[in-house]
Design a binder for this molecule. Structure first.
Ligand SMILES: [Zn+2]
Length: 255
């Protein structure tokens, strides 16, 4: 059984190699590590280079768009532009209105998101999207990106609203569910509303969820919980989500 953690931050662990071995022991044999600024993008590419089971997303996290200095932001964008060809996807990008509190900051995040879409389009890469307190806006942007380019978009940790999931399902947008489904009944209900062929699994590790430190191996628990709720075997759900992941990347022949 092969399972993928489709969104985590491997470079934030003291020893990524140990983390990968532990994850692999739970069947989590593929991990997507997401860059957020110049340093983490650099490390994401290095980890993908060192370990065949690691894929790299590179991008500038929307929180960083409003917290980095102008110089740091410019350097991060230059790094992204110069290295996108080496990445497997573009992200973590998106919008975060918890951190972007005024029009100017929200506009800056939006401009950066649009730049990420341009880079993804240029390199024919899928995008991995963060959204907080502006779920609909990020969803609409993802839908437009997929419609205009045919490239795929993943809404990470987007298990807040069944109403929004009906729209992502209709628009062929991937949504990833993480360990919040283990603790939050509403999140589990929303995750079950994601169409089978659009569901991805993630942890956002090392973010702590439910008082438990984040780890890519926890994808196995997410798989177990959703398989039970859906009334399928873990193996069936693993096969489905792996096929989904390959289609998301643009690797599936039927795509
Ligand atoms: Zn993340």
């Amino acid at each position: 059984m092969q399972i993928t953690d489709s969104h985590c931050h491997l470079e934030q662990f003291p020893n990524p190699e140990v983390v990968l071995a532990q994850a692999s022991a739970e069947g989590v044999s593929r991990v997507v590590t997401m860059g957020q600024d110049e340093s983490s993008m650099r490390q994401a590419l290095q980890l993908a280079h060192l370990f065949p089971q690691v894929l790299a997303g590179i991008g500038i996290h929307p929180v960083h768009v409003v917290t980095l200095s102008a110089e740091q932001l410019a350097a991060s964008l230059r790094f992204l532009e110069d290295h996108a060809a080496q990445a497997d996807q573009i992200g973590e990008t998106g919008l975060d209105h918890k951190w972007a509190v005024d029009d100017q900051q929200q506009e800056a995040q939006l401009r950066m998101l649009e730049r990420h879409f341009e880079i993804a389009t240029q390199h024919r890469l899928p995008v991995n999207l963060h959204s907080r307190r502006c779920l609909r806006q990020v969803m609409d942007a993802a839908i437009a990106f997929h419609r205009d380019t045919g490239l795929h978009a993943q809404l990470h940790w987007f298990t807040q609203s069944v109403k929004l999931i009906r729209q992502t399902n209709a628009a062929d947008i991937f949504v990833s569910a993480g360990p919040s489904v283990l603790y939050d009944e509403q999140a589990a209900t929303v995750a079950c509303a994601i169409e089978d062929h659009l569901l991805l699994l993630e942890t956002d590790a090392p973010v702590e969820i439910g008082g438990v430190p984040g780890h890519p191996q926890r994808v196995r628990e997410v798989l177990g919980k959703l398989a039970t709720l859906k009334g399928v075997t873990q193996k069936q759900l693993a096969q489905q989500t792996e096929a989904n992941f390959l289609r998301f990347l643009g690797h599936a022949e039927t795509d």
